[in-house]
Design a protein around this ligand. Structure first.
Ligand code: GLY
Length: 376
């Protein structure tokens, strides 16, 4: 039987979710572009959607699921359609971030063939980036910066589920093979023996061999950038579920154990685990991603300790990063950090922080919707 403490905590979770729903519905009405990060108290928006547009659409689907509203689904659907043309983009690894919470989730909910075709196209565009000798997908385009040639980042593991999903939808083994091989490479090249992760790995473009391990947004080459660790935790948990690979699941657990050990009894992580000082910024987005990933890992592994840790982090983030009095203020989760070394988006609300926080809340309070949330 639920005791009164449990009832009170569940009410807290429900209140945070309702606040998030109210905020994203208001944003859907008033914004003309996709929200990315707050600055001076409002969202920076873009028509193009950068790499983050899928998260706002994903939040609208979550809102529709929780409220059981066809009208909200129509709103989500209209925002998702604005992303369709991006499915042909071959210049980035971000296709899972863009299309899983938005278009795959929308397809799972409404069954529209346009969403299915778009998500498959996105996976095919992503697969064109695969370096078959090296077994990796470069993150960004060398046209943007020549240094990006051969540069892989740990975040990519989150983008592999759309390849595995599209492989299943189309029976195209090549998509599945690219997803599996890339996951194996990230596991071998980015995960250190202690379960921490390297953010970036550089490769020789000819041979595909590793030339350097470093970081882009972390403190230094040997540090553990917190959000990269959170992406790895969640990404390997998803790949483990979708491939049935015990090795991938074991890696997800190893990465999760490292994250939890360094987080200790806190909920709000430092921006980099190796810059864990009181006067350094925090990254609530890393906390939210890790929490939703831990809930996924708890479900996949049957280890309730991960579920408990995910719930504890969500409750802690409510205490430290949600202001229930800021009903009109854009952004749900305060204290996120986009890129501390470049002083970009420090101590702000970030759309992926809000998305994964709301996703974790839905998993905790509305688990009947879990199976439509993403790729399977
Ligand atoms: N995937 C980019 C980031 O987490 O900042």
């Amino acid at each position: 039987m639920l005791n009164s403490k449990m009832v009170e905590l569940n009410q807290r979770l429900d209140a945070a979710l309702e606040l998030g729903i109210d905020k994203c519905l208001r944003d859907a009405d008033r914004l003309d572009g996709f929200p990315h990060v707050t600055r001076n108290g409002d969202w920076l928006v873009s028509e193009h959607g950068r790499w983050t547009a899928g998260f706002f659409v994903g939040m609208l689907w979550l809102a529709g699921l929780v409220r059981g509203s066809e009208e909200i689904f129509e709103t989500a659907d209209a925002w998702a359609a604005r992303l369709y043309s991006r499915s042909f983009d071959r210049t980035t690894h971000d296709m899972g971030f863009l299309f899983e919470p938005s278009v795959v989730r929308g397809y799972n909910i409404l069954g529209r063939t346009g969403h299915r075709a778009t998500a498959i196209q996105a996976a095919r565009s992503l697969a064109t980036r695969f370096h078959s000798k090296g077994g990796y997908i470069p993150a960004w385009s060398p046209e943007e910066d020549p240094c990006y040639l051969g540069l892989a980042i740990v975040d990519t593991v989150m983008n592999l589920s759309i390849l595995l999903w599209a492989g299943r939808q189309t029976s195209d083994d090549e998509l599945t093979t690219v997803g599996r091989r890339c996951a194996e490479t990230i596991r071998a090249q980015h995960v250190r023996p202690d379960g921490s992760t390297y953010h970036t790995v550089n490769h020789d473009n000819e041979s595909g061999a590793v030339t350097e391990r470093n970081t882009h947004q972390g403190a230094h080459s040997e540090s553990c950038w917190t959000r990269g660790q959170a992406w790895a935790l969640y990404g390997f948990a998803k790949v483990g579920r979708m491939t049935g690979s015990e090795d991938m699941l074991a890696t997800a657990q190893q990465v999760a154990d490292h994250f939890l050990e360094r987080l200790g009894d806190r909920a709000l992580p430092p921006w980099d685990f190796d810059r864990d000082f009181d006067d350094e910024p925090r990254d609530s987005a890393a906390g939210a991603i890790a929490a939703s990933g831990l809930l996924e890992l708890g479900r996949n592994s049957g280890e309730s300790a991960y579920t408990d840790a995910g719930r504890r982090i969500v409750l802690g983030l409510i205490e430290t990063c949600v202001d229930f009095a800021r009903i009109e203020t854009p952004g749900l989760l305060m204290h996120g950090t986009v890129d501390y070394p470049r002083n970009s988006g420090v101590d702000e609300s970030i759309i992926y922080g809000d998305h994964y926080f709301m996703e974790a809340l839905v998993k905790l309070r509305h688990p009947q919707h879990w199976d439509v949330l993403g790729c399977s």
